[in-house]
Structure formats: C-alpha cells, structure tokens
Unconditional design. Structure first.
Length: 119
C-alpha cells in the first residue's frame, strides 16, 4: 500500500491542489497532485536546456518536481516548480525569466489555459 510523500509541506500542497481541482473543475491541478504524489525517484527533474528547447517566450511552465541548472535558459518564461536548484534560480534570473512556487501559481487564479506541464 502506497503512503505518499512524507514531507509535510508536500503533503499539504497535494491536498491544496486536489481541493482546487475539485473547486475549479480544472484537470491541471489534479494532474499536478498525481505527479507530485509519486515517489522521489519517479518525480520529474528537468534541466533548463530542455525548458529552453521546448518553450516560447512568455509561456508559463510547470514542473512537478525539481528544476536543475543544466544548460542555459534562452527564453523569458515563467517557471513554477516544487523545487529549484540554486544554480537554476540564478540562471533564470539572468535570463530575465521568473521562478515561482506551485502555491504562488495557484494564487494567480489561472484556469489551466496557457500553462504547459514539462515531463
């Protein structure tokens, strides 16, 4: 039987995502909750080079996991993630992008449109 993540901050975020998915009837939040509930080994780790390769300027990207500093970010994008490496945060700021947490993205009252989940 799976018990889910043991990190209390992550558990509360997953609960908030599920509540918001139910209230807004938006599948984006439910999908993020399911992805974050996975074991650490299966959670996403995305390099900046991959984000740069598959995005356009002005897009909003969600990473249900950790953003790593591999490569360079060549786009002005908003990246929401569970965690960022310190190097990734520095490179995002250098590229004039924006790094926010998933709870901050939830506060923006987005309905799941114009948001891409990086897998």
């Amino acid at each position: 039987m799976r018990t889910g993540p043991s990190n209390p901050g992550l558990r509360s975020l997953i609960d908030e995502l599920r509540k918001k998915a139910f209230a807004d009837k938006t599948m984006l939040w439910k999908r993020l909750a399911v992805d974050l509930e996975k074991p650490t080994r299966q959670r996403r780790e995305i390099n900046l080079s991959r984000i740069s390769r598959y995005t356009k300027d002005g897009e909003t990207i969600v990473v249900p996991g950790k953003v790593l500093a591999g490569g360079d970010l060549q786009r002005k994008v908003t990246i929401a993630a569970w965690q960022f490496s310190q190097g990734a945060l520095e490179k995002i700021q250098k590229a004039e992008g924006k790094a926010i947490s998933i709870p901050d993205l939830m506060k923006d009252e987005v309905k799941g449109k114009r948001i891409r989940i990086m897998v």
